[in-house]
Design a protein around this ligand. Sequence first.
Ligand code: PEP
Ligand code: MN
Length: 371
Amino acid sequence: MVVKLQAITVNEWKGYKQRPFLIAGPCSAETEEQVMETARQIAALDQVSVFRAGIWKPRTRPNSFEGVGTEGLKWLRRVKQETGLMVATEVANEKHVYEALKYGIDMLWIGARTSVNPFTVQEISDALNGVDVMVLVKNPINPDLDLWTGAIERVARAGITRLGAIHRGFSAYEKTVYRNQPNWQLPIELRRRIPDLPIICDPSHISGSREYLYELSQKAMDLNFDGLMIESHINPDKALSDAAQQVTPNDLRELLSRLILRSPVASDPRLLDILGELRQQIDVFDDALVDILEKRMKIAETIGQYKKENNITILQTTRWDEIIRKVMVNGVAKGLSSEMIDTIFKAIHQESINHQMRVMNNGALSGKKTG
Ligand code: PEP
Ligand code: MN
């Protein structure tokens, strides 16, 4: 599905400085001094286009810092006047939109907990009708590309043309090193659906900690994302929200200096090294294949444990016949050859048996007591 909408490419945006289009600033505006000092240091980098700060904060649990509210809009207005940076904040309802526009905020973003809700996105879009402001739509917390696309379409229908998406990763029950799973294939597919739509990566909310910011930012650049949104605070460890993932403006400078920008061609930042980008996409899918195989083997081991405890044989031919028949029909319908399906699934099956054998013969799964 290719969606035709009004979005213009990021280098056509007023205020576009360079690739990557950079948005930086604290997770939350906390005090006027913290906002002004962070903004001065970020402005001094001379690379960032937009200063961000959340003033209405969607927090997971009550009794945590929920933002300074409207008062913070005055600080953002001051940032704009004194540093020349454009300013951005999160809006989660129509009142936020009206308040932010009253204070001349240049860019609004719709957060991940809001973009899941079509009622709220529509309410925000109605409030934006006929307004010339930049709007970025974060991916919903669940990996649902249609929901993300739908939210973007609602905002586009309100006439917003300086419109973009922010990839901030997806919530998952299983914990990995990242706070949110990148699932790179979703923003890649979004780019295919809406080719002109600028996509900004938010490595801060994907990683949840500073140590992965650089590798995620580099990956986003290699996948030809248009920009980055990175949380930066003058004193990250003392931040009232998302302390572990924020970096000082100085560390941000250092991170940016290490980024390798591979794809742009001098005269047109959107002309790609097509082959390079496609190979990056292949790498993403290969990584995902390995992750899935690892998960499948873990389940096989649990099954092995269960069979051991209940004295059941490892090989159950009818179950295996059923699996191979199902994947064959599914794979052939998707244009894959029956030879490949046969080879791959035989190998996967053999590997599963090996994992189960190991459990049966060598005792319990790690961390579980022997049955
Ligand atoms: C944010 O950018 O501060 C924020 C709350 O992000 P998200 O909606 O991605 O959680
Ligand atoms: Mn944050």
